[in-house]
Design a protein around this ligand. Structure first.
Ligand code: NAD
Length: 354
């Protein structure tokens, strides 16, 4: 049965393939721009400088101060750099933190953006911007922050460290998992989510052995595009809520937290909507999606216990309170006891209750 649905495709242009970075100058011109400010984190400054060099006169300079959770103070310094350089667009080279800075600039100046992701976080495909100021994180949704062009070049991910590869991939898989049961899902988001899961399930065991395998890196980045796209089109539920609580109130790292919570959130919801999550079990070749994901995460060397991220057992009660304080849609009713038990298993690193 095909239920009634509402579908709006992303207006962004996507340029995908090994070597696509070489097309950045052509993309700046395609935007009708002539002076791009290249953004990165301090850790990726050398790559940003090399890209600026390659852009020649189309580069207005680089700003290499992007940081986790898009601090407003950093954005303000970037706005000064935009004005000082006379920049008319941004090119964000990096993970979700760098993409976030490009979005924060676009939100304020309405300048066009090119995102060149080097992780699997998926922010480049969403109209969502999270920012922090005075220790408070706020999230907004606006078509203005969606990058106009995304360049996916798998060659840029060859050196993504092993730990970041698996946690970032599980972060992406979490978008797909929640898209599969989203209240506002549609046949296209479901196809993309299932294909994204398959791409990562094929690529990750190869990358665990051979991190520089270009076909596997290509498959993983293809999965990241699909998973990011569904994050940008349909609503998320329990899993993302839990991760935002743990990241926002306990300062746990983004990708690792997603990686650890995912099997547990999926198992919790699988009890209510097993058929929606069947594409994950099928891709993994397991009976169940939640326990299958837990075994898969172990196999590829992902972290599995929140206690290893420094969360104290004494914080679990407050985390459960915070995550259940404001009601939100989820395919299975969210109860305080249910969430507390879920967090307990995720804290210990136990497999989820089947
Ligand atoms: P990140 O961007 O913070 O990157 C982590 C570190 O890895 C940085 O030092 C970065 O420079 C480095 N790095 C990135 N790619 C690399 C590569 N290929 N090789 C070597 N080092 C590399 O991490 P992330 O997980 O991509 O992004 C997390 C942030 O993105 C969070 O702030 C999260 O809230 C945000 N996010 C937002 C959305 C959204 O839709 N708004 C979606 C997903 C994530």
């Amino acid at each position: 049965v095909i239920e009634a649905f509402d579908y709006a495709g992303s207006p962004a242009r996507v340029v995908f393939g090994a070597g696509a970075l070489a097309r950045t100058a052509e993309m700046v011109e395609a935007l009708g721009c002539a002076r791009a400010l290249v953004l990165s984190t301090p850790q990726q400054q050398a790559d940003a400088a090399a890209l600026a060099e390659r852009l020649g006169p189309l580069a207005a300079g680089i700003f290499a101060e992007a940081a986790m959770h898009t601090p407003v103070a950093v954005t303000e310094r970037a706005l000064d750099a935009m004005r000082a350089a006379g920049a008319d667009c941004t090119v964000a080279l990096g993970g979700g933190s760098t993409t976030g800075l490009g979005k924060a600039i676009a939100y304020r100046l309405d300048t066009p953006q090119i995102a060149i992701p080097t992780t699997y976080a998926g922010s480049e495909a969403t109209p969502i911007l999270g920012q922090t100021e005075g220790g408070v994180k706020t999230t907004l949704k606006s078509p203005r922050v969606l990058p106009e062009i995304v360049i996916y070049d798998p060659a840029l991910t060859l050196g993504l460290p092993a730990g970041m590869t698996v946690t970032s991939a599980l972060n992406a898989l979490a978008h797909a998992a929640e898209a599969l049961y989203a209240k506002d899902r549609n046949p296209v988001s479901t196809l993309m989510a299932a294909e994204g899961v398959r791409a990562f399930v094929e690529a990750l065991p190869v990358l665990a052995e051979a991190p520089r395998d270009l076909p596997a890196r290509t498959r993983a980045l293809y999965g990241a595009w699909l998973c990011g796209t569904v994050l940008g089109t349909v609503g998320m539920a329990l899993h993302h809520k839990l991760c935002h609580t743990l990241g926002g109130s306990f300062d746990l790292p983004h990708a690792e937290t997603h990686a650890i919570v995912l099997p547990h959130a999926v198992a919790y919801n699988e009890a209510a909507v097993p058929e929606a999550l069947a594409p994950i079990a099928r891709a993994l070749g397991t009976q169940r999606a939640g326990t299958g994901l837990h075994a898969f995460a172990r196999r590829i060397g992902a972290p599995t216990a929140l206690r290893d991220l420094g969360l104290a057992e004494a914080d679990l009660d407050r985390a459960a309170d915070l995550a259940t304080r404001n009601p939100y849609w989820n395919p299975r009713p969210v109860t305080r006891e249910g969430v507390r038990a879920l967090l307990d298993a995720a804290w210990r690193g136990d497999p989820p209750a089947a």
